[in-house]
Structure formats: C-alpha cells, structure tokens
Design a protein around this ligand. Structure first.
Ligand SMILES: Cc1cc2nc3c(=O)[nH]c(=O)nc-3n(C[C@H](O)[C@H](O)[C@H](O)COP(=O)(O)OP(=O)(O)OC[C@H]3O[C@@H](n4cnc5c(N)ncnc54)[C@H](O)[C@@H]3O)c2cc1C
Length: 361
C-alpha cells in the first residue's frame, strides 16, 4: 500500500475542469486510485496520453490535440473518431444547430423522426463518455495560428490551444423578409423536400424559391402532392420552356407578390398576396440563402467559395481546408446539406485530423 500527497490548485485547469482544491490524501493499491477514483484514473490516462510525444516544436505543450468548434452532427462525429484514437480533445459548442426549429429530423440512418435536440444530446453523452474529451458550452469568438498549432478564444476571453482545429460550425439561414416566415420556419415552412416533404404529402403546397430554383422545387414536389403552386412573387415572367414543364407536371403558377404568411399554430394556413387575395396552403417550401454561422474560417484565412446560395469553405477529400491543420466539416464545408452528410464529413475530418498528427500535415 502506498500513500501519496497531491498538491492541487484551486480553480480551472487547462482541461476546463475544476482541479483538486486541497491537499488530497490518495491511497493507491496496485496503481488504482480509490479517492475520486474515476476522475483520477481519467487524469492518469490523460497524463499518459499527453506524454506520448505530443509536445510542439517550440516545446510548449498545447492543451489539446484538437479543438472541435461546433458540437452537432459534424462536430460530434469528428470528436468520436479522435476520442476513440485516445486523443485529448475539446469540443466547444454554442448550442444552436441549424435544424433546431424543426420538431423532428428525418432520413438519418437509424434515427428517422427523432428530435434534433435529443439526437445531439445522445451523441454528446456518448462522446463525453471517453475520458480524453472535454466539452464547453460556449462560443468561440476568435481563432489564430500560434506556433505549430492554434489558439481559440472563448466569448468570456478564456483561451485554449490545440495542434489541430476542426471547424464544424454550420451555416445560418437568411430567410426572406416576409411577415410570418420566421415564425413558421422549420414547421409550416421548410427548404428540403427529402427532410420534410413526407410529413406534408397530399396537402396544398406553395413554393417560394425564386424563379430558377422555384421551378426545380415545384417539379420535384409534385411527387409529394397533386396540388403544388409556384409563387413567382412578382419576379417577372417565366420562360416558355419552364412554363411548359410546369404545365406538364400540372403545377399552378401565381405571379402576384406575397405580402404575408398566415399561421394556424405552428402550421401554415394561408398566403396573403399584395392584391389582398388569400390562398389556403398546408405547407411551403423555400430556398434560403445562407451564410457561415461563424467567422473563424475567415479569420484563419481559409479559402472560401461562393455558391449559388451561400459560401462554402473549400476542403479536400478529408475535409482539410486550405490552411494546414484546419479541417472543416458539415454544412460549412459543403454545398449540399444534410445531417447525414454533415456526420459523414465529421468522420472524415476526425480521421484526417488524427492521422495528420502522426503522418504529414
Ligand atoms: C429547419 C431545418 C430542418 C432540417 N431538417 C433536416 C432533416 O430532417 N434531416 C436532415 O438530414 N437535415 C436536415 N436539415 C439540415 C441539417 O440541419 C444540417 O445539414 C445539419 O444540422 C448540419 O450539421 P452541422 O454539424 O454541419 O451544423 P449544425 O447542426 O448547424 O451545428 C453547428 C454547431 O456549431 C455551433 N457553433 C457555430 N459557431 C460556433 C462558435 N463560434 N463557437 C461555438 N459553437 C459554434 C452551433 O451553435 C451549432 O451547435 C434541416 C435544416 C433546417 C434549417
């Protein structure tokens, strides 16, 4: 039997965890700590991992092997790969996933129809079960290169450092400025027929997505309803080819500008037009323009491409950005968006970031 004194510091350590605030008498039997057993075993494991040659060239050990900003589909999928590789990681998440307005998420393998909140909470719990993972509910406001790694500043000015960064910060939708739109977003108004079409199938459906995408969406949505109307919203005449295609699929066209959406609870009831006319609808699909939800990729100098509906951080097959050591996963790093694709990107980014710690950058 051994007796060992630990000198603890008061306050938060570099892992963001409360340290032992008094001298603690630790009884060790055969290497297994009995006081605060789980914590101490985890700390011993972390120390072991920290000691596996993880110092930077400058000799200053970063706090983490990787910091993952964003703890939703992409971020937690990256995190679990790194956690299972026993790397020390920090996940920082501001708790605003893009689909938080929807009651249910659809099409995700094995979790069709689950609440987005519960899916993310379950995934977070599973990731946090790994002893080398730390989680901060916070916003990362700044990311800069520091030596071989990166320095991330939190909203409250705390700082964490890591050798790799995974940005899984998503995008935010810029909704059309039509009264009633914001209140119905994610319930009576959606943007993805594959995510939410099935639930409103057979209802009267309105499409409000501009001319070009509107035609595309209207033709598509006929597979979900026999009663589809394309709202041109005062954007001028359609070309003859588009008109013929819409006619062939029996899509109605409404040219008068939309003045407001009328709700019945969280569902769409009707659309009111500038000429005072009201048409009843049971659901609306729109195309949103979007922007990056966080400025971190721009701050770091990552190359960004402008797409038809918003910006995308350019990445390679392993979700590595143009800045060495920075990986971008999920909606922020791809033009086609879904929870499944974001999660798959997270896996690639997690594996990519991990392997870059061992092999070339
Ligand atoms: C209304 C709606 C319904 C949808 N329904 C479906 C569906 O049914 N099925 C489907 O497959 N897809 C659906 N989607 C698409 C899906 O939501 C996205 O593809 C998916 O959320 C992208 O995952 P992500 O991890 O890249 O980003 P997000 O899920 O948006 O998560 C990004 C996370 O990063 C955090 N974050 C951002 N910046 C910072 C920062 N600086 N510091 C700390 N944290 C930060 C955010 O708070 C957030 O928690 C829907 C989208 C919308 C808008």
């Amino acid at each position: 039997m051994w007796y060992l004194f630990l000198n603890g510091k008061e306050g938060m350590d570099t892992m963001g965890k409360t340290t032992i605030s008094r001298r603690a008498l630790v009884t060790v039997f055969g290497g297994s700590a009995l006081i605060n057993g789980a914590v101490l075993r985890a700390e011993a494991k972390e120390k072991m991992i920290r000691n596996q040659g993880l110092e930077t060239a400058s000799g200053v050990a970063p706090d983490y092997d990787a910091i993952i900003v964003g703890g939703s589909y992409a971020g937690l999928s990256a995190a679990i790969q790194l956690a299972r590789a026993r790397r020390r990681i920090l996940v920082i998440d501001a708790g605003k996933p893009r689909n938080r307005f929807a009651r249910a998420s659809h099409g995700f393998f094995g979790q069709d129809g689950q609440s987005p909140k519960e899916m993310i909470e379950r995934a977070r719990k599973q990731v946090l079960a790994y002893p080398t993972v730390r989680f901060e509910q916070a916003e990362a406001t700044r990311a800069t290169r520091e030596g071989d790694g990166f320095r991330v500043t939190f909203g409250d000015n705390r700082v964490a450092r890591a050798r790799r960064l995974v940005l899984a910060t998503g995008v935010k939708d810029d909704l059309p400025a039509i009264p009633g739109m914001k209140e119905l977003w994610g319930t009576g108004v959606a943007h993805c027929p594959y995510c939410h079409g099935y639930e409103v199938a057979g209802r009267k459906i309105a499409i409000l997505s501009g001319k070009e995408l509107g035609v595309h969406q209207a033709l598509l949505l006929r597979d979900w309803s026999d009663d589809v109307t394309l709202l041109i919203n005062g954007a001028g005449e359609l070309g003859s080819e588009d008109s013929e295609r819409l006619q062939a699929r029996r899509v109605k066209i409404e040219t008068v500008p939309v003045s407001r959406l009328i709700a019945n609870g969280s569902e769409l009831e009707a659309v009111e037009f500038a000429d005072g006319k009201r048409l009843p609808f049971g659901a609306m699909f729109i195309a949103t323009r979007y922007s990056l939800a966080s400025p971190l990729a721009e701050q770091l100098g990552c190359e960004i491409e402008q797409g038809a509906f918003g910006p995308t951080v350019k990445t390679d097959d392993f979700k590595k950005s143009s800045v060495p050591g920075v990986y971008v996963a999920g909606d922020a790093g791809r033009a086609m968006h879904s929870a499944t694709l974001a999660s798959a990107d997270g896996v690639l980014a997690g594996v990519g970031a991990h392997q870059s710690l061992i092999f070339a950058k």
